[in-house]
Write a protein that binds this ligand. Structure first.
Ligand code: HEM
Ligand code: HEM
Length: 191
């Protein structure tokens, strides 16, 4: 795809597939936490194992997505889109990349500091490695959990806000402004 080609009006197929796959996984992962929170401990823990694996999957997909984005620049905005809208959209998108990478990383640090029995078994397949610079004994320290778990939770709140803004923006473009923004990321091939 040529750079800055004004005729390119849609994200690439790979970017679209990754957008919707990661969006679904991210919402699923938030739901997994909240459902696990309301279940008895044993069942809740099983769902949290899925939460940890899905978080890692999101990390892998998001790093690939960033690489893809770097090699395949995003389509330019249609002429006439207000500067402020472009600015807010950009800020929300950057915020999402912080979420997609920061949430798994803080989760990974949290689990790397946990005692040895609390491993991450990636979808029951293999043991996910621990981060080498985090001491497994730190899990016992309340201030470690407060700092790392607190950052994970803070990012979760940021995610709720960004999702609300992003979905409101998408609906605004589709139903009020009625422009072609939604079509840029729509799974249907509008070419
Ligand atoms: C909650 C999960 C979601 C995440 C993490 C997410 C993330 C993103 C990101 C990072 C971008 C920018 C892509 C890039 O330039 O690299 C984007 C674009 C877009 N997203 Fe989402 N998204 C989510 C859900 C949704 C939903 C539910 C909708 C529709 C209702 C939607 C509609 C769009 C549209 C139309 C664009 C293109 C906007 C543009 O061209 O500036 N997204 N999304
Ligand atoms: C994009 C990926 C992820 C998302 C969206 C996500 C989302 C969340 C949310 C919303 C919470 C609840 C926060 C709260 O209100 O206290 C949470 C808690 C938690 N997450 Fe994640 N998470 C992700 C990745 C991970 C990963 C990779 C791990 C571990 C490997 C992990 C481990 C945990 C743990 C242990 C808790 C419970 C913390 C506590 O009980 O205080 N998460 N996560």
């Amino acid at each position: 795809m040529p750079m800055h080609d004004q005729s390119v009006t849609r994200y690439s197929t790979v970017a679209i597939v990754l957008h919707w796959a990661i969006a679904l996984l991210l919402i699923l992962n938030i739901a997994l936490y909240w459902i696990s929170d309301s279940l008895p401990e044993e069942q809740g823990r099983a769902l949290m194992d899925w939460h940890k694996s899905t978080g890692m999957l999101i990390l892998i997909l998001s790093l690939f997505r960033l690489g893809w984005r770097w090699l395949h620049p995003v389509p330019p905005y249609p002429a006439g889109l207000p500067q402020l809208q472009k600015l807010v959209a950009k800020a929300v998108h950057v915020g999402f990349y912080v979420i997609m990478i920061g949430m798994p990383l803080t989760g990974w640090v949290m689990m790397s500091g946990a005692p040895p029995y609390a491993q991450i078994i990636f979808y029951g397949l293999f043991e996910w490695p621990r981060l080498p610079f985090v001491d497994g004994a730190q899990g016992a320290a309340a201030d470690f959990w407060e700092a790392v778990g607190g950052s994970h939770e803070l990012l979760a709140w940021l995610a709720y806000g960004l999702i609300a803004l992003h979905v409101a923006g998408a609906l605004y473009h589709q139903y009020i402004a009625r422009d072609a923004i939604m079509a840029r990321m729509s799974p249907r091939s509008g070419k």
